[in-house]
Design a protein around this ligand. Structure first.
Ligand SMILES: [Zn+2]
Length: 401
């Protein structure tokens, strides 16, 4: 039986928890509401949103998290998820054990309490965590969906195009990819390989941005190289190559991808660190940063990714022209298609093992993008081809002339 002083102590402990929980939950809810309203109305004046939030506030408020992430060789965000999940499970176990004990003693001494206080506390903590995570989405980058786009900032003239231009783009990128592939080490099966670890490859990703920013100043900024994901296996089942989880601003890349896919994915994720939220634009910026790198693997990865996107689009419109590109002189069709096949085999092997997981993941990403006003959802990744055509149409290297 509890003494009077113990009862008093418990009363104050409960009271303190309630008071602290109310203050923290209230502050988190208010923060969520205020930033949601800013997000909601940010698109009314996208220029001002860019000038105030994207170019000034966003780099400053994301820097502490990026600096913390830089201190560790592993993903801090994923580690926090593991710690929080472990604490939640531990809390659940402790509450269950206490509830069972209370029930047993209550049978002898007094009626059992209607609601065990431990479970209520756990629910309050979950609510606070949800409010903080929800708020983080708007604070740390969700508003960038409502800001000026790279197209607007760069002045690239993106317009509808014809099959002939698309075919020329495919030929150009195929030849560039072929040139870049020459001299890269191959394994016994003829796939491009690299002696560096996935993390070492990813750490080289910011280098190309310096040169890319000479042409497009909006691409300059401070970067934290992506981390090789601890949860790469789970990401593979979800068909996710890389992610910039806005709630913790640390880029993560799936290390199960082949070496030649890692650079373009890493550079894509760094584009999100600059505040460019649209996926087609992150693809294009990632392409540009990769081909601007001095690292031969990056250069190949950039041209290879651009070639893959362009060829997929051409395949959908004209299969004869698609086949003609593959058979063109100057394109290493065997080598590049080998790499494509290898990449597809890896992703397909995970998809076949858990098709439901990959479909749910795709649907979630599609809904997420659509909820942020990207009407074509996951199809928006492929619009990178329009940006490539606009870019090369305006460059001195114009392959369409
Ligand atoms: Zn992205």
């Amino acid at each position: 039986m509890k003494s009077g002083s113990n009862k008093l102590k418990e009363f104050f402990r409960k009271y303190r928890f309630r008071r602290v929980a109310t203050i923290v939950a209230g502050a988190a809810a208010l923060r969520l509401l205020v930033w949601f309203l800013i997000y909601r109305f940010a698109s009314n004046d996208r220029t001002r949103t860019y000038e105030i939030y994207t170019s000034r506030v966003f780099p400053v408020i994301t820097q502490p998290m990026k600096s913390i992430a830089k201190l560790f060789p592993f993903s801090v965000g994923e580690t926090l998820v593991i710690i929080m999940a472990a604490l939640f499970v531990a809390g659940l176990v402790i509450c269950t054990v206490r509830a069972v004990r209370n029930k047993k003693s209550a049978r002898i001494i007094a009626p059992a309490p209607k609601k065990p206080a431990g479970f209520a506390r756990l629910l309050v903590m979950l609510l606070v965590a949800a409010l903080l995570i929800g708020g983080n989405f708007f604070v740390y980058g969700g508003i960038n969906y409502k800001s000026l786009t790279f197209k607007e900032l760069s002045g690239l003239d993106v317009k509808s195009t014809d099959i002939g231009t698309l075919e020329k783009l495919c030929l150009f990128l195929g030849q560039k990819a072929t040139e870049a592939r020459q001299g890269l080490p191959l394994d016994e099966k003829g796939f491009v390989v690299d002696s560096r670890s996935a993390q070492e490859i990813l750490s080289a990703s910011p280098a190309g941005y310096a040169k890319a920013s000479e042409e497009f100043p909006c691409l300059s900024g401070k970067f934290t190289p992506p981390k090789a994901a601890i949860f790469s296996e789970i990401m593979s089942y979800e068909q996710i190559a890389g992610i910039f989880p806005i709630v913790f601003t640390e880029s993560i890349v799936n290390k199960n991808s082949p070496a030649y896919d890692l650079p373009s994915v890493a550079c894509h994720e760094l584009a999100h660190q600059l505040g460019f939220a649209q996926e087609d634009e992150a693809n294009f910026i990632g392409y540009l940063a990769a081909i601007c790198s001095d690292d031969p693997l990056y250069v190949y990865s950039g041209y290879y990714s651009g070639f893959c996107y362009a060829m997929n689009k051409l395949y959908n419109f004209d299969r004869d022209k698609w086949a003609a590109v593959w058979n063109s002189p100057g394109i290493d069709s065997e080598g590049i298609s080998n790499d494509m096949r290898r990449s597809n085999e890896i992703w397909d092997s995970y998809r076949k093992k858990a098709e439901v997981v990959s479909k749910v993941s795709e649907a979630v990403n599609d809904s997420y993008l659509k909820s942020n006003d990207i009407s074509d959802g996951t199809h928006s990744y492929g619009r990178v081809v329009d940006l490539l055509i606009a870019y090369y149409s305006a460059s001195g290297e114009n392959p369409f002339a």
